[in-house]
Write a protein that binds this ligand. Structure first.
Ligand code: ARG
Ligand code: ZN
Length: 882
């Protein structure tokens, strides 16, 4: 097994690399790389230590030290390292020539080919698959890259930084030289060579720099790149306005490739993207796609400051760039779209992905203390919970002090490889506060629970709120379960009058609506409270915690109707629904048309809400109508979970909503219909109207499948956007029968040349909650468009099944687990990163009821016991079973 790397063992590098000159001669199977490295001993390192350069699947062709071949015994070369035993104790130059095979690189790490295009992915440790190097983020160098390639096959040659030279290199070849003046770690290196189409625009920064922005895509798809191009310009403008950060090179290039392990990568001046997050047209992309493209373009661009100008000292600090950059992209999307609607979307993702991770065997702190395989730590915890920590910091310090802290962080750490301590130090200095206790958020795994109880004393005219925080005790491989210490939890709150209106109460310890809970238990007292109010706590989801707040149904209904905080209005509806769902699922209740009196109370309140507000904010209304997801209900139940019972409970409530609200929903659908021929716009308001229309259709069809399918098929035929077409197809996909099969076949045929649209079609079918789905998925794995080699295809078909189809993944006979395990093993030899990601679907295995649990465990053990596993998969399997 891969050995363990610990934060506590961090030592500075013994050598530094100041300059890297790369000469890359592209060839499909024999690419040659000559690296000229200007090295010197690090004053902070150990004098005389051997120099150990990382390598991975490299063929060494030649090596020279200061222009001379190295003597016998001076170096050792193994598949994973090149060691120079007695390096000079002064500046010296190593010239290393290696050969790699990009066409055989199915791991999609290092230099590989995607649809014939040469591209690279170096984070976290892919640069060592291009040349021998000190592949660690605290070694920062200035890179000059000469890329040479065949003129026909690779007319476009891109590198980091600015283009400094280009020319001919023989009859068939040409070259380009790129220079990046900003010192950077190797993980930010990139190059691209291929036949690509291009769209471009100019942007003048607030510092007066004229920047050329370009987006490169598969030739013929240029028309689908305009939205991404515009999103780059909007991101640049936003970061100037919001954080005072300007771009720092003359070109900013984005390249879309179709084979990519993750979403995208922030290489300096040359962001490389999964094409799913670049290409958009009304006919091929949904509103959700447009929103994702905008968010990920922004995310990668924002990394230019939070990640590149200030990078990470080591990979334990990953949240320093990722959590912060997610926070920044979330703020961007909130400003560009609707803040409350976006906040709800963020929280839904956090609860659906991060809370289960934090409650399962893969739980880890936002800053882990140890890892075996760093690529397995690009997690919801590091990204999403990491972003929540930054948001809490802003809530605690207030926006002005927060902004000053950010300025100080960027200016004091510019050009360095920093740590979480450096980040917090900037805010401590600006605010004069001690953030040592706050820092526990980075170190303690698990989701805290905060129990809230309120009491009104009419005689004293006081209202008291008691908060009690409890934290799970979590042992990891790296550390035994220490007793967790109380966290600093910002509680944004207010009191609402049961009949509406704010309660003008005062509490000394509430500043700007924020109460800070920083001990295990605390009581807050409001004075001058004449009548019993309804407390609204954790407004805007002010901390990533589970809230236990025993409100009555009427109190929740009062919040839904009257809270000034939109998030808590939505939360009130979610909590009401959740109570119904958990009760029914726990009882194993059968499918029925009625979720009981509680369900009736909910539908009555929703009717009032829809009548008053749906047309004013359709996007928000659509979210209020969307019930908590199956995974969220499973988390609320916590143990001995029966996924079928959860599905039945949710289905029953959907049927009831559809029936009780049916005429209203149909009315809204008509009222929000787009006039024929109206021009398409992906903006938030238009998308919001589409989302409410489609939420309405979905509920109507749940209650009356026959009527629903007729409406859906009509919508499918008439739809002008992929959003409406896919929503209709989703409705059709839930009703077994010939109409469904015909509609699916027609859609698959219509888009057979559009892999990104087929991905939606694969995903939709993989999520059908029926016993036949397993065979359907197996069948689709033989579809000509499916390939285990393409991560998007695997995610659409197999990950959708394993992660988003709880009843079928958790089939009582274990066949769902077997399918997932089988694909993990088939994929592991090709692409370990994607295989390992797929295996995380087993994260919740201990929570399910006994029969399923035993079957899940045996599938996991089968994976774990397979000889020759990648470190990626063996790490996930090992931790899942521990
Ligand atoms: N830094 C990229 C981002 O913006 C993620 C790259 C992760 N890649 C990997 N192989 N682990 O989120
Ligand atoms: Zn990122």
């Amino acid at each position: 097994m891969q050995s363990i790397v610990r934060l506590a063992d961090y030592r500075p590098s013994d050598y530094l690399i100041d300059r890297v000159d790369l000469d890359v001669r592209l060839h499909p199977t024999e690419t040659r790389v000559t690296a000229t490295l200007a090295l010197r001993p690090n004053p902070g390192g150990e004098p005389g230590a051997p120099l150990r350069l990382d390598g991975d699947e490299l063929t060494l062709l030649a090596i020279a030290l200061d222009g001379q071949p190295t003597g016998p015994g001076a170096i050792d070369v193994t598949p994973r390292a090149l060691t120079l035993h007695q390096p000079p104790q002064r500046p010296f130059v190593l010239e290393i020539e290696t050969q790699v095979n990009p066409s055989a690189n199915t791991k999609l790490m290092g230099l590989y080919r995607s649809n014939g295009v040469y591209c690279t992915q170096c984070e976290a440790d892919g640069f060592r698959r291009i040349t021998y190097f000190l592949d660690r983020p605290d070694v920062m160098a200035v890179y000059t890259t000469r890329i040479e390639g065949n003129r026909e096959a690779a007319p476009v040659l891109l590198g980091n930084g600015n283009l400094v030279e280009r020319g001919e290199a023989g009859p068939e070849r040409h070259y380009a030289v790129w220079h990046d003046p900003h010192p950077k770690p190797a993980y930010l290196f990139a190059l691209v060579g291929g036949r690509l189409g291009r769209v471009a625009a100019r942007f003048t920064t607030m510092e007066g720099r004229d920047v050329e922005i370009a987006v490169y895509v598969e030739p013929g798809k240029e028309g689908r790149a305009d939205f991404a191009l515009d999103a780059v310009a909007r991101s640049m403008a936003w970061d100037e306005r919001t954080f005072g950060r300007a771009y720092d090179l003359d070109v900013f290039n984005v390249v879309a490739v179709s084979d990519f392990n993750m979403g995208a990568m922030e290489n300096k001046g040359l962001n490389i993207f999964n094409d799913k997050y670049v290409l958009a047209s009304p006919d091929t992309a949904t509103d959700a796609d447009y929103a994702n493209i905008e968010a990920i373009i922004a995310h990668e661009y924002f990394h230019n400051w939070s990640g590149n100008r200030v990078t990470c000292r080591d990979w334990f600090q990953l949240c320093l760039k990722e959590g912060l950059t997610v926070f920044r992209d979330q703020e961007f999307s909130s400003d560009e779209r609707s803040r409350p609607v976006h906040r709800i979307a963020e929280v839904r993702t956090l609860r659906a992905r991060q809370f289960p991770e934090d409650a399962g065997p893969l739980a880890h702190p936002v800053r882990p203390q140890a890892y075996r395989e760093i690529n397995n730590f690009y997690t919801a915890t590091v990204y999403e919970k990491g972003a929540e920590i930054v948001r809490m910091l802003r809530t605690l310090l207030g926006p002005e002090t927060f902004r000053r802290g950010m300025d100080r962080y960027f200016s004091t750490c510019d050009g360095t490889a920093a740590t979480v301590e450096d980040f917090l130090a900037a805010f401590a200095a600006e605010s004069g506060r001690d953030l040592a206790t706050f820092a526990r958020w980075y170190a303690q795994a698990g989701t805290p629970t905060v129990a809230v109880t309120g009491a009104h004393d009419p005689a004293a005219r006081t209202y008291s709120l008691t908060f009690r925080q409890s934290l799970p005790r979590i042992a990891t491989e790296a550390s035994a379960a220490a007793a967790p210490e109380p966290l600093v939890i910002p509680v944004v709150l207010g009191l609402v009058a049961p009949a509406g209106g704010a309660v003008a109460a005062r509490a000394e310890r509430v500043r700007d609506g924020v109460f800070v809970l920083d001990r295990a238990e605390d009581t807050l007292v409001f004075t001058e409270v004449a009548t019993a109010p309804v407390p609204s706590v954790f407004r805007g989801f002010s901390a990533p915690v589970k809230v236990e707040h025993a409100l009555t149904r009427d109190e929740r209904l009062a919040l839904l109707a009257h809270d000034s905080d939109a998030f808590n209005r939505w939360q009130a509806a979610q909590s009401l629904a959740m109570e119904v769902l958990v009760a029914r699922a726990r009882a194993g209740a059968p499918l029925g048309p009625e979720a009981g009196p509680e369900g009736a109370g909910l539908t009555a309140a929703l009717a009032t809400f829809l009548d008053a507000e749906a047309l004013a904010d359709p996007a928000f209304a659509a979210l209020v109508l969307t019930l908590p997801g199956e995974q969220e209900v499973a988390q609320a139940i916590g143990a001995e979970v029966d996924p079928d019972a959860i599905w039945r409970a949710r289905q029953t409530l959907r049927v009831q909503l559809g029936r009780d609200l049916g005429s209203r929903l149909l009315g809204l659908r008509d009222a929000l219909a787009e006039p024929p021929g109206a021009p398409f716009s992906p903006d938030a308001a238009s998308a919001g109207r589409r989302s409410l229309r489609n939420a309405a259709l979905d509920l109507v069809a749940a209650a009356d499948p026959e009527a629903g399918i007729a409406l859906a098929i009509a919508q499918l035929d008439a739809a002008a956007t992929m959003t409406d077409r896919l929503a209709a197809l989703a409705v059709v996909s839930l009703v077994p029968g010939e109409a469904r099969e015909a509609a699916l076949a027609r859609f698959g045929e219509a888009y057979r040349h559009e892999p990104l649209v087929l991905d939606k079609w694969f995903a939709l079918q993989a999520m059908i909650p029926e016993a036949g789905t397993l065979e359907r998925v197996r069948g689709l794995m033989r579809h000509p468009a499916f390939s285990l080699g393409n991560p998007n295809r695997v995610r659409s078909l197999v990950a959708s099944f394993s992660l988003n189809n709880p009843t079928q993944f958790h089939r009582p006979d274990g066949a769902g687990y077997d399918l997932a395990a089988e694909v993990v093993l088939a994929l592991d030899g090709k692409n370990p990163q994607v295989a390992a990601r797929l295996l995380t679907a087993f994260n919740t295995w201990r929570m399910v009821e006994d029969g399923r649990r035993r079957r899940a465990e045996s599938a996991l053990r089968r994976v774990a016991g397979t000889p020759g596993l990648s470190p990626d998969v063996s790490d996930i399997a090992g931790r899942s079973l521990a």
